[in-house]
Design a protein around this ligand. Structure first.
Ligand code: NAD
Length: 441
């Protein structure tokens, strides 16, 4: 099939590449000329394991094309995926300006019948908005061209995006058009050969499914963080409690790790957007509002422990921070807990030396740009040189089994604040560390 993906970010680039990998001809479109130029040269602007090789292969065999010209893409293809960003607006709602820009371009330039598929995460009702926006442009042109709207939310996880795209747990497709539904089934068939994973529904339910999934996952995290905070007060250990409850099949082990809060490009903004949508429709969403509040507080829990240990004034203190990305396996720092933690430390006049295997460039260029008293180093051990304490924020694999003797020779004081409960408390105490984690005394 011939299809276009508009928006070449984490979702657009990965899904476009996976569609090409299955033998389709794909045009990936982006307004960011630099991004498109570097992609044409085989330079991948994001870190996603396995993506480089797949992009290069599919560009070579002609299956994957990059362009800034949406007109060209609309002319050459008949299925158009919208995968642009839907960042948080000032009032917490999802900002739809990029989605609607694309809809206007489609209505202005389309030359034949199209299936328009929305992959961006958008509030319930956005499909109607996209439809009326395209139709308004067609009416201006006095055109009778037909188009069909589909909602196909994306569930990939950064860091495992290729695997998620090639072998999705489920493919959610919302549409009221039989022809469009058949085309989508055909397009996704190679991804679901093992067993049926295609779930068809109405458009509004498909849009809502994405928000419900992210709100549920965020709820699991905030729930565990609340349990962790209660454990600390009571002298219980959340690590034991986690294993104890996870063994119940109704609960399960996934997504019940305590930590220093969730971040990323999805959970914070999607939870906020769902709260806003609910309120706009005269429903007070008490549970998910609390999920968000718990998370905002959780991002400060490590800083509170540090203040309790060192006092409010952190001048003359140096902290090594391991991990900047919002989770391992990605360079994405959107809403990462590291941002809150580092800013809170620097606000109290501390010096911070940070190390992340992939995200340092993002930090320097955008998220922690121009912050004084913040340096970056290439090696995790160099970060701890003469530091008053090590703070572990992102659980990259390379932090799981460090050489603790090496840490002891480099740290000024043998103190570790662990925001992801990576180490065994007893063992660290025996090694002579003062060790703080989440939800355990
Ligand atoms: P992103 O910011 O990485 O990429 C968006 C891209 O769209 C950018 O390259 C931008 O230049 C481009 N763009 C903006 N306006 C455009 C236009 N008019 N024409 C062409 N290109 C345009 O965003 P992302 O992380 O890929 O997310 C995209 C959507 O998918 C969001 O709605 C997000 O919530 C959702 N989503 C993201 C993830 C994830 O893990 N990142 C997972 C599932 C769903």
């Amino acid at each position: 099939m011939k299809l276009s993906v508009i928006g070449t970010g984490y979702v657009g680039l990965v899904s476009g590449t996976c569609f090409a990998e299955m033998g389709n001809t794909v045009y990936c479109v982006d307004t960011d000329e630099k991004k498109i130029e570097s992609l044409k040269k085989g330079k991948i602007p994001i870190y996603e394991p396995g993506l480089d090789a797949m992009v290069i292969d599919n560009v070579k065999n002609g299956g994957l094309n990059f362009t800034v010209d949406i007109k060209e893409a609309l002319e050459k293809t008949s299925i158009i995926f919208i995968a642009v960003g839907t960042p948080m607006g000032e009032d917490g709602s999802a900002d739809l300006k990029y989605v609607l820009q694309v809809a206007e371009s489609i209505g202005t330039y389309m030359k034949h019948e199209l299936i328009v598929v929305n992959k961006s995460t958008v509030p319930v009702g956005t499909a109607d908005l996209v439809k009326t926006t395209i139709q308004a442009k067609l009416d201006e042109r006095k055109s009778n061209l037909q188009f069909y709207i589909v909602s196909n939310p994306e569930f990939l996880k950064e860091g495992a995006a290729i695997e998620d795209c090639m072998k999705p747990d489920r493919v959610i497709v919302g549409t009221d058009n039989v022809k469009a539904l058949e085309k989508m089934k055909e397009l996704y068939a190679p991804f679901t050969v093992n067993h049926e994973r295609f779930v068809a529904m109405d458009i509004r339910s498909a849009e809502m499914t994405k928000y419900a999934a992210n709100a549920m996952l965020a709820t699991k995290i905030s729930f565990m963080n609340e349990m962790a905070n209660i454990c600390e007060k009571l002298g219980a250990d959340i690590n034991s409690v986690r294993v104890g409850i996870g063994s119940d099949k109704r609960i399960g082990y996934s997504f019940i790790y305590p930590g220093c809060g969730y971040g990323g490009s999805c959970f914070p903004k999607d939870v906020q957007a769902l709260i806003k949508t609910a309120k706009d429709n005269e429903y007070e969403p008490k549970l998910i509002s609390a999920v968000e509040e718990v998370n905002n507080n959780q991002k400060k829990v490590l800083v509170e422990k540090i203040i309790k240990r060192f006092g409010e004034d952190l001048s003359n203190k140096t902290f090594a921070v391991w991990g900047l990305a919002f989770k391992p396996g990605t360079d994405d720092m959107r809403d990462a807990p590291s941002i809150t933690i580092i800013k809170e430390l620097i606000k109290r006049k501390a010096k911070v030396i940070a190390h992340d295997p992939k995200a340092a460039e993002q930090a320097k260029t955008y998220y922690l740009k121009d912050l004084e008293n913040l340096d970056y180093v290439e090696s995790k051990y160099d970060a701890v040189n003469n530091a008053d304490a090590l703070i572990l924020v992102t659980e990259w694999k390379e932090f799981r089994s460090p050489d603790f003797d090496e840490l002891k020779t480099r740290l000024k004081e043998n103190i570790i604040f662990d925001g992801r409960n990576q180490y065994n408390s007893q063992k660290l105490k025996e090694l002579g560390f003062e060790y703080y984690q989440i939800g355990s005394a």
